[in-house]
Write a protein that binds this ligand. Sequence first.
Ligand SMILES: Nc1ncnc2c1ncn2[C@@H]1O[C@H](COP(=O)(O)OP(=O)(O)O)[C@@H](O)[C@H]1O
Ligand SMILES: [Mg+2]
Length: 357
Amino acid sequence: MNWDETGPDTDERLDERLVQADADGEDTAVEAALRPKDLDEFVGQEKVREQLDLVLKAARARGATADHVLLSGAPGLGKTTLSMIIAAEMGAPIRITSGPAIQHAGDLAAILSSLQEGEVLFLDEIHRMSRPAEEMLYMAMEDFRVDVIVGKGPGATAIPLELPPFTLVGATTRAGLLPPPLRDRFGFTGHMEFYAPTELERVIHRSARLLDVEIDVDGAAEIAGRSRGTPRIANRLLRRVRDYAQVKADGRIDRPVAAAALGVYEVDARGLDRLDRAVLGALLKLFGGGPVGLSTLAVAVGEERETVEEVAEPFLVREGLLARTPRGRVATPAAWVHLGLVPPQHGGKGQQGLFGA
Ligand SMILES: Nc1ncnc2c1ncn2[C@@H]1O[C@H](COP(=O)(O)OP(=O)(O)O)[C@@H](O)[C@H]1O
Ligand SMILES: [Mg+2]
């Protein structure tokens, strides 16, 4: 495990845990190498791509700096990639930072005042910025100006500082957490959806080409089906399957090779990994299917609340295996089936009551 605890990208760090076995050092380098470089190469997200294409083309035609862009969506869907594409399409440099990295308004002032004209400022996890920094950002986004406070106490004075026009690209996994005044200052909001299996197959074929791995249609489909709608996971699984194919087969990836490899890495046929099954297993075996509180469930699997809530649950909910109810987390009948367990038969209420058996 070499998660960089000082790294700015908590979403990606949480996301690392999706494939435990994959925490090797070359990870980020390979990921960067697989990033599409322009909008045409970017697979799927038709709506966001079309809208963004218009925003960028129009700005270019006017010779202007593009409007501020907010990208929202789950980890690994391509927010960082799109921010780089925006800069590339505008022929602009890009500066990358994140909400948690900006502790004080002064940190933000230093970044803003050193931007070049037209530069793209990528602010990852923008929902985790401090309040004072956020307020400074409002003025910077709207008027391209910041007030730098000099001195302390009653003698403090605000010195206005003009900024060159720039494009803020904010990324968030939780658009709902953004204060409305901040949300309203973005000229365009792109919501990234989970990818369809056929789109993930395209991502996998593209990555296989770049990695120089031979893969057939069924092999790609097998990996796509276990990738939870997420390109980052598709790319990770592809690399693990490649390892297996090189060691245990002739290097070529077909369906049996992909299935066997993913079995070794404990990614099941529906894409559940060790953590997902641990959460579901605890819910079923220790708490009879629930309802149980999130904190209790997290302690039971030895993970942070946040990890269970943000990494495992969204996928389990999406798959119809777990429900969040006012009384706590509850397993659905499909969860029992998926883990091959039989629900306890204590007549009356329990799950049957909630799901009408
Ligand atoms: N639409 C896409 N087409 C091809 N590859 C993609 C796409 N979206 C994401 N990826 C790949 O998935 C990985 C994660 O994408 P990233 O932009 O870092 O996601 P996020 O910032 O939303 O967490 C990158 O390596 C990138 O190559
Ligand atoms: Mg990112």
